[in-house]
Design a protein around this ligand. Structure first.
Ligand code: ZN
Ligand code: ZN
Length: 502
């Protein structure tokens, strides 16, 4: 366990530090720096706070070396608020404090703050460093803010860091997560040096965008280039298989992991396999694989199987799987919704009612689906029935108009995806307002004709929205890219890149 060893080192460092205090010599800025570094390495917050108190006593808190080590320690321990207070108080800041602070926002959010700091860094004449750049790029990826990410890319070029392997890999990852697999590939092609992270970034990117053959080719190329795949690489190729239902190929990769590469499959790999088998309709095989895993299944792998049950409307297995899930997390809102959707799809309305009651009784806070879109460098969020956006009237009008045209083109709203058992008309009304549709309508109103729209969603897209967007993209003659919690869908000319397999 490398983590434990590191934690041991941290404790060792702290012991030494205390001995020094008792017997001298007096700790100085460098002792503080290395003791704090030991704590941030293992996110040992309690120890870190004690050292901070000592630094204050010795009047070393304001000294740049100690202060930046403190910022870095608080940041790495996840205490962004205190890190920022210290950061703002620093009379002068060095590279460590900038990187630490930006990294903290990139990791713990809000991502916008990381972007803000990059601008501040530039204004204060600080040199961009690869670490700060790559962590802010990761923040853009999570935010899926392509316009802002492009600006960071430009700054990376100015700073001469574009071909740095860390920045380059972060760019590959960022463009893919922001919906532009083309840009992602271009950056990768231009990288003068590629390490394991760069290869993994591009393979996972291709997999998520459904470019599975490319992902397999890259997997071979990587090995020809002398880079050994690791567990992340296999998550990439296995999820590629899952996205198109290549069961045999999936088994080949899965079995080769330990046999040819000495990599023991982890939970993530089993989850990919369960998703692959389940989606392909081999639900019993998927369940068996979970039972045969060499470790006890976690909630994620059960959720993967529940998702497959939803696709195949298998309510018996779903009930079994959900039991495991609710034992682990009685408040798993998304699973309640999926389960009740499965019952609704097969017309078991009594069961739907039971699930909803269970949900209320366990006090599950409703975490509704939401979508977001970046327009003019600003991210706009949408939720079902949320009147927060000042353009709501226009959005509804746009959707009503669009729905009429869609129906003329043959669109039939699929009412299986609504939770409640309500009359037909009302059901359609609910569906029209799913958050991704609201975000699309907003994008249509606020961008010029022909501009591709990039929408992100926190949950999986439902079947009805998927069908609807296929009609929409053709009618409005736009390319619509939708990233849901599972993968990317590229809608163009009435079809989706996923080939309706998702
Ligand atoms: Zn929907
Ligand atoms: Zn699709």
């Amino acid at each position: 366990m490398p983590g434990l060893a590191q934690h041991g080192q941290c404790e060792e460092a702290l012991k030494l530090f205390y001995q020094m205090q008792q017997r001298g010599p007096m700790p100085n800025q460098f002792t503080f720096g290395s003791a704090l570094k030991a704590c941030s390495g293992v996110a040992a917050a309690a120890e870190g706070y004690q050292i901070h108190a000592h630094a204050v006593k010795l009047g070393l808190e304001g000294e740049v070396f100690t202060a930046s080590a403190l910022v870095d320690m608080y940041a790495k321990c996840g205490n962004t608020k205190d890190a920022r207070i210290l950061f703002d108080r620093m009379p002068e800041r060095d590279e460590v404090s900038w990187s630490g602070m930006i990294g903290a926002y990139a990791q713990n959010g809000p991502a916008e703050e990381a972007l803000g700091l990059i601008c501040l860094m530039k204004r204060e004449g600080m040199r961009m460093n690869p670490f700060a750049l790559s962590s802010v790029l990761r923040a853009c990826s999570d935010l899926a803010a392509p316009e802002q990410a492009k600006q960071i890319h430009v700054q990376a070029i100015y700073a001469g860091l574009e071909s740095n392997v860390f920045v380059g890999s972060a760019l590959v990852d960022m463009y893919a997560k922001c919906g532009s697999i083309e840009d992602s590939c271009l950056v990768f092609e231009d990288l003068p040096e590629r390490n394991l992270v760069s290869w993994n970034s591009i393979i996972v990117a291709c997999a998520n965008h459904g470019h599975v053959m490319k992902a397999f080719e890259l997997f071979d190329q990587m090995q020809n280039a002398g880079v050994k795949p690791d567990y992340v690489t296999f998550i990439g190729v296995l999820s590629a298989c899952a996205h198109v239902g290549l069961v045999d190929r999936g088994y080949e990769y899965f079995n080769s992991m330990n046999r040819d590469h000495g990599i023991i499959p982890r939970m993530d790999h089993y989850t990919c396999m369960v998703g692959l088998l389940g989606r392909a309709g081999r639900l019993m095989d998927a369940e068996l694989l979970i039972k045969e895993m060499p470790f006890s299944p976690d909630i994620v792998v059960w959720r993967a199987l529940l998702g497959a049950c939803a696709v195949h409307h298998n309510s018996e297995l779903a009930a079994r799987v959900a039991k495991h899930i609710f034992e682990m997390d009685p408040e798993d809102h998304v699973s309640y919704v999926i389960l009740s959707n499965i019952y609704a799809a097969v017309g078991k309305w009594d069961e739907v009612a039971k699930v909803r009651k269970l949900m209320r009784d366990s006090g599950v806070r409703k975490e509704a689906g939401y979508s977001w879109i970046e327009v003019k460098k600003k991210v706009h969020y949408f939720m079902v029935g949320d009147p927060a956006n000042p353009q709501m009237e226009e959005i509804y009008a746009e959707l009503a108009k669009l729905t009429e045209e869609m129906k003329k083109a043959g669109y039939m709203p699929d009412t299986n995806y609504v939770l409640h058992k309500v009359e037909m008309d009302k059901k359609e009304h609910y569906l029209t307002y799913h958050s991704e549709k609201l975000a699309i309508a907003f994008g249509l109103i606020n961008t010029s004709a022909g501009t591709p729209l990039k929408i992100m969603k926190n949950l999986r897209v439902c079947g009805d929205c998927h069908t609807a967007i296929k009609f929409m993209c053709k009618i409005v003659e736009r390319e619509i890219v939708l990233r849901d919690s599972n993968r990317f869908h590229h809608f163009k000319d009435g079809i989706c890149s996923c080939g309706d397999y998702w």
